[in-house]
Design a protein around this ligand. Structure first.
Ligand SMILES: Nc1nc2c(c(=O)[nH]1)N[C@H]1C(S)=C(S)[C@@H](COP(=O)(O)OP(=O)(O)OC[C@H]3O[C@@H](n4cnc5c(N)ncnc54)[C@H](O)[C@@H]3O)O[C@H]1N2
Ligand code: MOO
Length: 460
Protein backbone atom coordinates (compact mmCIF):
# COMPACT_ATOMS: atom_id res chain seq x y z
CA UNK A 1 0.00 0.00 0.00
CA UNK A 2 1.40 3.40 -1.00
CA UNK A 3 1.44 6.12 1.62
CA UNK A 4 -0.39 9.43 1.12
CA UNK A 5 3.01 10.97 0.64
CA UNK A 6 3.96 8.67 -2.22
CA UNK A 7 0.72 9.22 -4.12
CA UNK A 8 1.31 12.96 -4.56
CA UNK A 9 4.72 12.26 -6.02
CA UNK A 10 3.84 9.50 -8.45
CA UNK A 11 0.89 9.07 -10.77
CA UNK A 12 -1.48 6.29 -9.77
CA UNK A 13 -1.76 5.27 -13.37
CA UNK A 14 0.47 3.19 -15.60
CA UNK A 15 1.34 4.80 -18.88
CA UNK A 16 -0.60 3.05 -21.69
CA UNK A 17 0.17 3.13 -25.42
CA UNK A 18 -1.97 5.50 -27.44
CA UNK A 19 -3.15 2.85 -29.95
CA UNK A 20 -4.34 0.73 -27.04
CA UNK A 21 -6.00 3.77 -25.40
CA UNK A 22 -7.89 4.70 -28.57
CA UNK A 23 -8.96 1.10 -29.04
CA UNK A 24 -10.28 0.94 -25.49
CA UNK A 25 -12.33 4.15 -25.83
CA UNK A 26 -13.77 3.09 -29.19
CA UNK A 27 -14.65 -0.45 -28.15
CA UNK A 28 -16.31 0.75 -24.92
CA UNK A 29 -18.42 3.26 -26.88
CA UNK A 30 -19.27 0.64 -29.50
CA UNK A 31 -20.44 -1.72 -26.71
CA UNK A 32 -22.61 1.04 -25.22
CA UNK A 33 -24.09 1.70 -28.66
CA UNK A 34 -24.77 -2.00 -29.25
CA UNK A 35 -26.45 -2.38 -25.86
CA UNK A 36 -28.71 0.61 -26.55
CA UNK A 37 -29.53 -0.63 -30.06
CA UNK A 38 -30.63 -3.95 -28.55
CA UNK A 39 -32.75 -2.32 -25.85
CA UNK A 40 -34.18 0.06 -28.48
CA UNK A 41 -34.74 2.78 -25.85
CA UNK A 42 -34.23 6.20 -27.42
CA UNK A 43 -31.95 4.60 -29.96
CA UNK A 44 -33.25 6.24 -33.12
CA UNK A 45 -35.36 9.19 -34.24
CA UNK A 46 -37.18 10.09 -37.44
CA UNK A 47 -35.97 13.24 -39.14
CA UNK A 48 -36.66 15.03 -42.44
CA UNK A 49 -33.99 14.80 -45.15
CA UNK A 50 -32.93 18.38 -44.42
CA UNK A 51 -31.74 17.25 -40.96
CA UNK A 52 -30.03 13.98 -41.71
CA UNK A 53 -26.64 15.10 -43.12
CA UNK A 54 -23.82 13.34 -41.26
CA UNK A 55 -26.18 11.06 -39.38
CA UNK A 56 -26.18 7.25 -39.34
CA UNK A 57 -29.10 5.32 -40.75
CA UNK A 58 -31.01 3.22 -38.20
CA UNK A 59 -32.86 0.93 -40.67
CA UNK A 60 -32.43 -0.57 -44.13
CA UNK A 61 -34.04 1.60 -46.78
CA UNK A 62 -35.85 0.38 -49.91
CA UNK A 63 -36.95 2.37 -52.94
CA UNK A 64 -40.68 2.92 -53.19
CA UNK A 65 -40.50 3.89 -56.87
CA UNK A 66 -38.87 2.88 -60.14
CA UNK A 67 -36.38 5.47 -61.43
CA UNK A 68 -37.14 6.28 -64.17
CA UNK A 69 -40.82 5.40 -63.95
CA UNK A 70 -40.97 4.63 -67.73
CA UNK A 71 -38.39 4.29 -70.52
CA UNK A 72 -37.04 7.79 -71.19
CA UNK A 73 -34.70 9.36 -73.71
CA UNK A 74 -31.08 10.03 -72.77
CA UNK A 75 -30.64 12.54 -75.58
CA UNK A 76 -32.42 15.39 -77.31
CA UNK A 77 -33.29 13.70 -80.60
CA UNK A 78 -35.77 11.41 -82.28
CA UNK A 79 -37.39 8.24 -80.97
CA UNK A 80 -37.47 5.60 -83.69
CA UNK A 81 -38.44 2.00 -84.34
CA UNK A 82 -35.38 0.01 -85.37
CA UNK A 83 -37.48 -2.17 -87.70
CA UNK A 84 -38.28 0.93 -89.83
CA UNK A 85 -34.64 1.03 -90.87
CA UNK A 86 -35.09 -2.30 -92.68
CA UNK A 87 -37.81 -0.93 -95.04
CA UNK A 88 -36.87 -0.19 -98.68
CA UNK A 89 -35.55 3.31 -99.35
CA UNK A 90 -35.05 5.57 -102.39
CA UNK A 91 -31.81 4.93 -104.38
CA UNK A 92 -30.69 8.48 -103.55
CA UNK A 93 -30.98 7.90 -99.78
CA UNK A 94 -29.65 4.36 -100.13
CA UNK A 95 -26.51 5.83 -101.71
CA UNK A 96 -26.20 8.49 -99.00
CA UNK A 97 -26.98 6.01 -96.22
CA UNK A 98 -29.74 8.29 -94.85
CA UNK A 99 -33.51 8.00 -94.38
CA UNK A 100 -36.36 10.50 -94.16
CA UNK A 101 -39.16 10.02 -91.61
CA UNK A 102 -42.33 11.94 -90.80
CA UNK A 103 -42.14 13.54 -87.35
CA UNK A 104 -45.52 12.67 -85.86
CA UNK A 105 -45.23 13.91 -82.32
CA UNK A 106 -43.15 15.82 -79.78
CA UNK A 107 -42.41 14.46 -76.32
CA UNK A 108 -40.99 16.82 -73.68
CA UNK A 109 -39.78 16.09 -70.14
CA UNK A 110 -43.13 16.64 -68.40
CA UNK A 111 -45.05 14.82 -65.70
CA UNK A 112 -46.54 12.38 -68.20
CA UNK A 113 -49.07 9.93 -66.74
CA UNK A 114 -48.88 6.28 -67.88
CA UNK A 115 -52.25 6.57 -69.63
CA UNK A 116 -51.04 9.63 -71.59
CA UNK A 117 -48.16 7.85 -73.35
CA UNK A 118 -48.96 7.74 -77.10
CA UNK A 119 -48.08 4.95 -79.55
CA UNK A 120 -45.48 5.76 -82.20
CA UNK A 121 -47.07 5.11 -85.61
CA UNK A 122 -45.16 2.70 -87.93
CA UNK A 123 -42.67 4.41 -90.22
CA UNK A 124 -42.69 7.64 -88.18
CA UNK A 125 -40.47 9.15 -85.55
CA UNK A 126 -41.14 11.38 -82.51
CA UNK A 127 -39.10 14.36 -81.41
CA UNK A 128 -37.95 13.61 -77.83
CA UNK A 129 -36.18 15.80 -75.27
CA UNK A 130 -33.64 14.43 -72.79
CA UNK A 131 -35.63 12.88 -69.93
CA UNK A 132 -38.89 12.68 -71.93
CA UNK A 133 -40.96 9.51 -71.78
CA UNK A 134 -40.70 7.58 -75.06
CA UNK A 135 -43.78 6.86 -77.12
CA UNK A 136 -44.83 3.21 -76.99
CA UNK A 137 -43.16 1.15 -79.72
CA UNK A 138 -40.01 3.31 -79.92
CA UNK A 139 -36.93 1.23 -79.23
CA UNK A 140 -34.01 3.58 -79.90
CA UNK A 141 -33.14 7.28 -79.94
CA UNK A 142 -31.11 9.15 -82.55
CA UNK A 143 -29.56 12.33 -81.20
CA UNK A 144 -30.22 15.58 -83.09
CA UNK A 145 -26.59 15.86 -84.18
CA UNK A 146 -27.17 12.78 -86.39
CA UNK A 147 -30.18 14.31 -88.17
CA UNK A 148 -31.07 17.12 -90.58
CA UNK A 149 -34.46 18.86 -90.85
CA UNK A 150 -35.91 17.69 -94.18
CA UNK A 151 -39.07 19.85 -93.89
CA UNK A 152 -41.29 21.24 -91.11
CA UNK A 153 -42.77 17.81 -90.54
CA UNK A 154 -39.99 15.44 -91.51
CA UNK A 155 -36.44 14.69 -90.54
CA UNK A 156 -33.53 13.08 -92.36
CA UNK A 157 -31.68 10.60 -90.18
CA UNK A 158 -28.04 10.66 -91.17
CA UNK A 159 -26.80 7.85 -88.98
CA UNK A 160 -29.06 4.99 -87.98
CA UNK A 161 -28.90 3.77 -84.35
CA UNK A 162 -26.50 0.87 -83.99
CA UNK A 163 -28.60 -1.15 -81.55
CA UNK A 164 -32.03 -1.51 -79.92
CA UNK A 165 -32.19 0.48 -76.69
CA UNK A 166 -29.62 3.03 -77.87
CA UNK A 167 -29.81 6.20 -75.72
CA UNK A 168 -32.79 4.91 -73.75
CA UNK A 169 -32.93 4.61 -69.95
CA UNK A 170 -35.26 1.66 -69.34
CA UNK A 171 -37.81 1.80 -66.52
CA UNK A 172 -36.19 1.17 -63.10
CA UNK A 173 -32.63 1.06 -64.48
CA UNK A 174 -31.29 3.56 -61.93
CA UNK A 175 -33.40 2.39 -59.00
CA UNK A 176 -35.93 -0.42 -58.97
CA UNK A 177 -39.01 -0.36 -56.73
CA UNK A 178 -38.31 -2.55 -53.69
CA UNK A 179 -34.53 -2.41 -54.19
CA UNK A 180 -32.32 -2.02 -51.08
CA UNK A 181 -30.90 1.47 -51.49
CA UNK A 182 -29.07 2.10 -48.21
CA UNK A 183 -28.26 -0.28 -45.39
CA UNK A 184 -28.64 0.21 -41.67
CA UNK A 185 -25.49 1.85 -40.16
CA UNK A 186 -24.58 3.73 -43.35
CA UNK A 187 -23.42 7.31 -43.02
CA UNK A 188 -25.69 9.81 -44.76
CA UNK A 189 -23.87 12.51 -46.69
CA UNK A 190 -24.93 14.54 -49.72
CA UNK A 191 -24.97 11.64 -52.21
CA UNK A 192 -27.16 9.59 -49.87
CA UNK A 193 -29.55 12.54 -49.35
CA UNK A 194 -29.89 12.88 -53.12
CA UNK A 195 -30.45 9.14 -53.42
CA UNK A 196 -33.11 9.10 -50.71
CA UNK A 197 -34.99 11.99 -52.33
CA UNK A 198 -34.67 10.31 -55.76
CA UNK A 199 -36.42 7.21 -54.49
CA UNK A 200 -39.21 9.10 -52.77
CA UNK A 201 -38.06 9.03 -49.15
CA UNK A 202 -38.70 12.33 -47.31
CA UNK A 203 -38.02 11.21 -43.71
CA UNK A 204 -35.55 8.67 -42.34
CA UNK A 205 -34.83 6.92 -39.06
CA UNK A 206 -31.36 7.86 -37.87
CA UNK A 207 -29.41 7.02 -34.74
CA UNK A 208 -30.16 9.46 -31.94
CA UNK A 209 -27.11 11.69 -31.46
CA UNK A 210 -25.24 11.20 -28.20
CA UNK A 211 -25.61 14.05 -25.73
CA UNK A 212 -22.15 15.42 -25.03
CA UNK A 213 -21.53 17.75 -22.10
CA UNK A 214 -18.40 19.89 -22.16
CA UNK A 215 -16.85 21.58 -19.15
CA UNK A 216 -13.62 23.37 -18.35
CA UNK A 217 -11.96 23.22 -14.98
CA UNK A 218 -9.56 25.62 -13.32
CA UNK A 219 -9.69 28.58 -10.96
CA UNK A 220 -7.63 30.59 -13.46
CA UNK A 221 -9.94 29.93 -16.41
CA UNK A 222 -12.17 32.83 -17.50
CA UNK A 223 -15.11 32.72 -19.90
CA UNK A 224 -14.44 34.71 -23.06
CA UNK A 225 -17.75 36.55 -22.62
CA UNK A 226 -16.08 38.37 -19.73
CA UNK A 227 -13.42 39.77 -22.05
CA UNK A 228 -15.29 43.07 -22.47
CA UNK A 229 -16.10 43.66 -18.86
CA UNK A 230 -12.83 42.95 -17.10
CA UNK A 231 -9.15 43.07 -17.88
CA UNK A 232 -7.54 39.64 -17.62
CA UNK A 233 -5.40 39.37 -14.51
CA UNK A 234 -1.87 38.06 -14.83
CA UNK A 235 -2.67 34.58 -13.66
CA UNK A 236 -5.93 34.18 -15.63
CA UNK A 237 -6.43 32.59 -18.98
CA UNK A 238 -9.38 32.73 -21.33
CA UNK A 239 -11.18 29.44 -21.76
CA UNK A 240 -10.25 28.37 -25.28
CA UNK A 241 -10.92 24.67 -24.76
CA UNK A 242 -14.64 24.72 -24.13
CA UNK A 243 -15.67 26.77 -27.23
CA UNK A 244 -13.32 24.63 -29.36
CA UNK A 245 -14.65 21.33 -27.98
CA UNK A 246 -18.31 22.40 -28.15
CA UNK A 247 -17.93 23.44 -31.79
CA UNK A 248 -16.12 20.25 -32.80
CA UNK A 249 -18.58 17.97 -30.97
CA UNK A 250 -21.54 19.73 -32.60
CA UNK A 251 -19.85 19.36 -35.99
CA UNK A 252 -19.49 15.63 -35.24
CA UNK A 253 -23.31 15.59 -34.91
CA UNK A 254 -23.47 15.31 -31.14
CA UNK A 255 -26.14 17.17 -29.20
CA UNK A 256 -23.96 19.42 -27.08
CA UNK A 257 -24.54 20.74 -23.57
CA UNK A 258 -22.38 23.56 -22.25
CA UNK A 259 -21.55 22.67 -18.65
CA UNK A 260 -19.53 25.84 -18.09
CA UNK A 261 -16.35 26.45 -16.12
CA UNK A 262 -15.97 24.62 -12.82
CA UNK A 263 -13.57 25.66 -10.06
CA UNK A 264 -10.91 23.30 -8.73
CA UNK A 265 -13.20 22.43 -5.89
CA UNK A 266 -14.28 18.85 -5.18
CA UNK A 267 -17.88 19.57 -4.14
CA UNK A 268 -18.46 21.86 -7.12
CA UNK A 269 -16.97 19.32 -9.52
CA UNK A 270 -19.09 16.52 -8.04
CA UNK A 271 -22.26 18.62 -8.35
CA UNK A 272 -21.50 19.33 -12.00
CA UNK A 273 -20.85 15.64 -12.70
CA UNK A 274 -24.08 14.67 -10.98
CA UNK A 275 -26.00 17.08 -13.18
CA UNK A 276 -24.07 15.95 -16.30
CA UNK A 277 -24.64 12.26 -15.58
CA UNK A 278 -28.40 12.83 -15.58
CA UNK A 279 -28.41 14.15 -19.14
CA UNK A 280 -25.19 13.34 -20.98
CA UNK A 281 -23.94 10.16 -22.64
CA UNK A 282 -20.41 11.54 -22.87
CA UNK A 283 -18.83 14.13 -20.58
CA UNK A 284 -15.74 15.89 -21.92
CA UNK A 285 -13.66 17.86 -19.45
CA UNK A 286 -10.42 19.76 -19.78
CA UNK A 287 -7.79 20.55 -17.18
CA UNK A 288 -7.16 19.22 -13.71
CA UNK A 289 -5.88 15.73 -14.62
CA UNK A 290 -2.19 16.01 -13.99
CA UNK A 291 -0.08 15.95 -10.84
CA UNK A 292 -1.03 19.27 -9.20
CA UNK A 293 -2.56 19.40 -5.73
CA UNK A 294 -5.72 20.86 -7.20
CA UNK A 295 -5.92 18.34 -10.03
CA UNK A 296 -8.94 16.58 -8.54
CA UNK A 297 -10.64 14.92 -11.47
CA UNK A 298 -8.99 11.51 -11.48
CA UNK A 299 -9.71 11.05 -7.77
CA UNK A 300 -13.38 11.98 -8.19
CA UNK A 301 -13.79 9.71 -11.22
CA UNK A 302 -12.07 6.79 -9.45
CA UNK A 303 -14.37 7.16 -6.46
CA UNK A 304 -17.54 7.17 -8.60
CA UNK A 305 -16.69 4.76 -11.38
CA UNK A 306 -13.85 3.07 -13.23
CA UNK A 307 -10.81 4.91 -14.51
CA UNK A 308 -9.63 2.79 -17.46
CA UNK A 309 -6.49 4.80 -18.00
CA UNK A 310 -5.07 7.99 -16.56
CA UNK A 311 -1.81 8.42 -18.45
CA UNK A 312 -0.92 7.80 -22.08
CA UNK A 313 2.46 7.50 -23.79
CA UNK A 314 1.91 10.37 -26.21
CA UNK A 315 2.83 13.97 -26.82
CA UNK A 316 0.93 16.15 -26.26
CA UNK A 317 -1.80 14.79 -24.00
CA UNK A 318 -0.02 12.53 -21.53
CA UNK A 319 -2.56 12.87 -18.66
CA UNK A 320 -5.55 11.99 -20.91
CA UNK A 321 -8.00 10.12 -18.71
CA UNK A 322 -10.82 7.77 -19.66
CA UNK A 323 -13.47 6.68 -17.17
CA UNK A 324 -16.92 5.17 -17.19
CA UNK A 325 -19.56 5.94 -14.61
CA UNK A 326 -22.78 4.17 -13.89
CA UNK A 327 -25.50 6.68 -14.72
CA UNK A 328 -26.57 6.90 -11.09
CA UNK A 329 -23.01 7.02 -9.75
CA UNK A 330 -23.61 10.37 -8.09
CA UNK A 331 -27.12 9.52 -6.91
CA UNK A 332 -26.96 5.91 -5.71
CA UNK A 333 -30.64 5.89 -4.74
CA UNK A 334 -31.87 7.13 -8.11
CA UNK A 335 -33.24 4.52 -10.53
CA UNK A 336 -30.50 3.53 -13.01
CA UNK A 337 -30.65 5.19 -16.44
CA UNK A 338 -30.17 3.00 -19.50
CA UNK A 339 -26.64 3.89 -20.55
CA UNK A 340 -23.20 3.86 -18.95
CA UNK A 341 -21.72 7.37 -18.96
CA UNK A 342 -18.37 7.91 -20.66
CA UNK A 343 -15.96 10.53 -19.34
CA UNK A 344 -13.01 11.78 -21.38
CA UNK A 345 -10.89 14.14 -19.32
CA UNK A 346 -8.46 16.00 -21.55
CA UNK A 347 -5.36 17.79 -20.35
CA UNK A 348 -5.85 21.54 -19.89
CA UNK A 349 -3.13 22.67 -22.25
CA UNK A 350 -5.10 23.84 -25.30
CA UNK A 351 -3.10 21.87 -27.88
CA UNK A 352 -3.26 18.72 -25.74
CA UNK A 353 -7.04 19.17 -25.68
CA UNK A 354 -7.09 19.72 -29.45
CA UNK A 355 -5.05 16.58 -30.15
CA UNK A 356 -7.12 14.44 -27.75
CA UNK A 357 -10.31 15.83 -29.29
CA UNK A 358 -9.34 14.30 -32.63
CA UNK A 359 -7.78 11.13 -31.25
CA UNK A 360 -10.51 10.08 -28.82
CA UNK A 361 -13.44 12.49 -28.45
CA UNK A 362 -14.61 12.52 -32.07
CA UNK A 363 -14.03 8.73 -32.46
CA UNK A 364 -16.06 8.24 -29.23
CA UNK A 365 -18.93 10.36 -30.57
CA UNK A 366 -18.83 8.46 -33.86
CA UNK A 367 -18.76 5.10 -32.05
CA UNK A 368 -21.73 6.10 -29.86
CA UNK A 369 -23.64 6.67 -33.12
CA UNK A 370 -22.69 3.30 -34.56
CA UNK A 371 -20.23 4.55 -37.19
CA UNK A 372 -18.53 1.62 -38.87
CA UNK A 373 -15.17 3.45 -39.13
CA UNK A 374 -14.84 5.97 -36.30
CA UNK A 375 -11.11 6.71 -36.57
CA UNK A 376 -9.38 9.37 -38.69
CA UNK A 377 -7.79 7.97 -41.86
CA UNK A 378 -4.00 7.60 -42.10
CA UNK A 379 -1.99 8.29 -45.24
CA UNK A 380 1.70 8.33 -46.13
CA UNK A 381 3.44 11.69 -46.42
CA UNK A 382 6.91 12.99 -47.13
CA UNK A 383 8.53 15.50 -44.77
CA UNK A 384 9.16 18.92 -46.29
CA UNK A 385 11.77 19.72 -43.61
CA UNK A 386 13.82 18.08 -40.84
CA UNK A 387 11.81 17.22 -37.71
CA UNK A 388 13.36 16.56 -34.30
CA UNK A 389 11.70 13.59 -32.58
CA UNK A 390 10.85 13.34 -28.89
CA UNK A 391 13.07 10.71 -27.23
CA UNK A 392 10.43 9.62 -24.71
CA UNK A 393 6.94 9.91 -26.12
CA UNK A 394 5.49 9.21 -29.60
CA UNK A 395 4.28 12.54 -30.92
CA UNK A 396 1.24 13.72 -32.84
CA UNK A 397 2.97 16.54 -34.65
CA UNK A 398 0.65 19.12 -36.18
CA UNK A 399 1.30 19.59 -39.89
CA UNK A 400 -0.18 20.82 -43.11
CA UNK A 401 -0.28 18.29 -45.93
CA UNK A 402 -0.27 19.50 -49.51
CA UNK A 403 -0.42 17.20 -52.52
CA UNK A 404 2.83 17.45 -54.50
CA UNK A 405 2.16 16.35 -58.07
CA UNK A 406 5.88 16.05 -58.90
CA UNK A 407 6.51 13.71 -55.95
CA UNK A 408 3.17 11.95 -56.43
CA UNK A 409 2.75 12.19 -52.66
CA UNK A 410 1.50 14.39 -49.84
CA UNK A 411 4.20 16.68 -48.55
CA UNK A 412 4.01 17.51 -44.83
CA UNK A 413 5.07 20.87 -43.44
CA UNK A 414 5.25 21.32 -39.68
CA UNK A 415 3.09 24.07 -38.17
CA UNK A 416 6.12 25.23 -36.17
CA UNK A 417 6.89 25.18 -32.45
CA UNK A 418 4.87 22.29 -31.02
CA UNK A 419 4.55 23.41 -27.41
CA UNK A 420 1.26 22.15 -25.94
CA UNK A 421 0.18 25.65 -24.87
CA UNK A 422 0.75 27.12 -28.35
CA UNK A 423 -2.60 26.89 -30.08
CA UNK A 424 -1.07 28.49 -33.17
CA UNK A 425 0.47 25.06 -33.82
CA UNK A 426 -3.04 23.76 -34.50
CA UNK A 427 -3.95 26.60 -36.82
CA UNK A 428 -4.14 25.48 -40.47
CA UNK A 429 -3.16 21.91 -39.52
CA UNK A 430 -4.88 19.20 -41.50
CA UNK A 431 -2.90 16.26 -40.15
CA UNK A 432 -1.04 14.84 -37.18
CA UNK A 433 2.25 13.26 -38.16
CA UNK A 434 2.44 10.06 -36.14
CA UNK A 435 6.08 10.16 -35.05
CA UNK A 436 7.92 7.48 -33.06
CA UNK A 437 9.76 8.16 -29.78
CA UNK A 438 13.43 8.28 -30.82
CA UNK A 439 16.43 10.38 -29.92
CA UNK A 440 17.07 11.56 -33.47
CA UNK A 441 16.03 13.96 -36.20
CA UNK A 442 13.97 12.78 -39.16
CA UNK A 443 15.45 14.23 -42.31
CA UNK A 444 13.52 16.19 -44.92
CA UNK A 445 12.23 13.71 -47.52
CA UNK A 446 11.61 10.94 -44.94
CA UNK A 447 8.36 9.05 -45.26
CA UNK A 448 5.98 9.40 -42.28
CA UNK A 449 2.44 8.36 -41.40
CA UNK A 450 -0.07 11.22 -41.25
CA UNK A 451 -3.46 11.08 -39.58
CA UNK A 452 -5.92 13.26 -41.48
CA UNK A 453 -7.95 15.73 -39.44
CA UNK A 454 -10.30 18.46 -40.64
CA UNK A 455 -10.24 17.19 -44.20
CA UNK A 456 -11.94 20.38 -45.46
CA UNK A 457 -8.42 21.79 -45.16
CA UNK A 458 -6.75 19.26 -47.45
CA UNK A 459 -6.94 21.70 -50.34
CA UNK A 460 -5.46 24.55 -48.35
N1 LIG B 1 4.57 17.14 -12.21
C1 LIG B 1 3.99 17.01 -13.39
N2 LIG B 1 3.38 18.07 -13.92
C2 LIG B 1 2.79 17.98 -15.11
C3 LIG B 1 2.81 16.76 -15.81
C4 LIG B 1 3.45 15.66 -15.23
O1 LIG B 1 3.51 14.56 -15.79
N3 LIG B 1 4.02 15.85 -14.02
N4 LIG B 1 2.23 16.72 -17.03
C5 LIG B 1 2.18 17.93 -17.80
C6 LIG B 1 1.40 17.75 -18.97
S1 LIG B 1 2.09 16.77 -20.15
C7 LIG B 1 0.23 18.38 -19.17
S2 LIG B 1 -0.54 18.23 -20.70
C8 LIG B 1 -0.38 19.23 -18.19
C9 LIG B 1 -1.87 18.95 -18.08
O2 LIG B 1 -2.31 19.26 -16.85
P1 LIG B 1 -3.85 19.40 -16.44
O3 LIG B 1 -4.72 18.64 -17.31
O4 LIG B 1 -3.90 19.16 -15.02
O5 LIG B 1 -4.16 20.89 -16.82
P2 LIG B 1 -4.10 22.18 -15.91
O6 LIG B 1 -2.97 22.06 -14.99
O7 LIG B 1 -5.42 22.43 -15.39
O8 LIG B 1 -3.76 23.22 -17.06
C10 LIG B 1 -2.62 23.17 -17.82
C11 LIG B 1 -2.45 24.49 -18.57
O9 LIG B 1 -3.54 24.69 -19.45
C12 LIG B 1 -4.24 25.88 -19.14
N5 LIG B 1 -5.68 25.64 -19.30
C13 LIG B 1 -6.41 24.81 -18.55
N6 LIG B 1 -7.67 24.82 -18.96
C14 LIG B 1 -7.73 25.70 -19.98
C15 LIG B 1 -8.79 26.14 -20.83
N7 LIG B 1 -10.02 25.69 -20.67
N8 LIG B 1 -8.50 27.02 -21.81
C16 LIG B 1 -7.25 27.49 -21.97
N9 LIG B 1 -6.20 27.10 -21.19
C17 LIG B 1 -6.44 26.22 -20.22
C18 LIG B 1 -3.89 26.17 -17.70
O10 LIG B 1 -4.08 27.50 -17.37
C19 LIG B 1 -2.47 25.68 -17.65
O11 LIG B 1 -1.61 26.65 -18.15
O12 LIG B 1 0.23 19.07 -16.94
C20 LIG B 1 1.66 19.12 -16.99
N10 LIG B 1 2.15 19.07 -15.65
O1 MOO C 1 1.29 15.96 -22.74
MO1 MOO C 1 1.34 17.51 -22.34
O2 MOO C 1 -0.10 17.54 -23.20
O3 MOO C 1 2.70 17.42 -23.49
O4 MOO C 1 1.74 19.08 -22.51
Amino acid sequence: MESERDTVRKSLYEMVDMERAIEQVVSTCQDIFLASSKSGAGYSERVPLSECYGRVLADDLFSVVDVPGAPVSMKDGYAVRMSDFEAPVSPQHEAAGTRVFAVKMEMHATQTGEEQIPVLPDGCVAYVATGAVLPLGADAVVMVENTRAASDESVEILKAPYCRGQDIRPRGVDLAKGQLVLSKSELILEAEIGLLAACGVSHVSVIRPPVVGVLSTGDEVVDVSESRSAALSAGSTYDSNRPMLLAACAAAHAQVVDLGIVHDHAAELERTFMDACAKCDLIVTSGGVSMGRRDLLQRILASKGTVHFGRVRMKPGKPLTFATLLPNAFEPDAPPLPRTRVVLSLPGNPVSSFVCLHLVVIPAIRSLQGHASPLPPIVDAVLAQDVKLDPERPEYHRATLVWNAELGAFQARSTGVQQSSRLLSARSANAFLVLPALDETLKSGSKVRAMLIMQERLNG
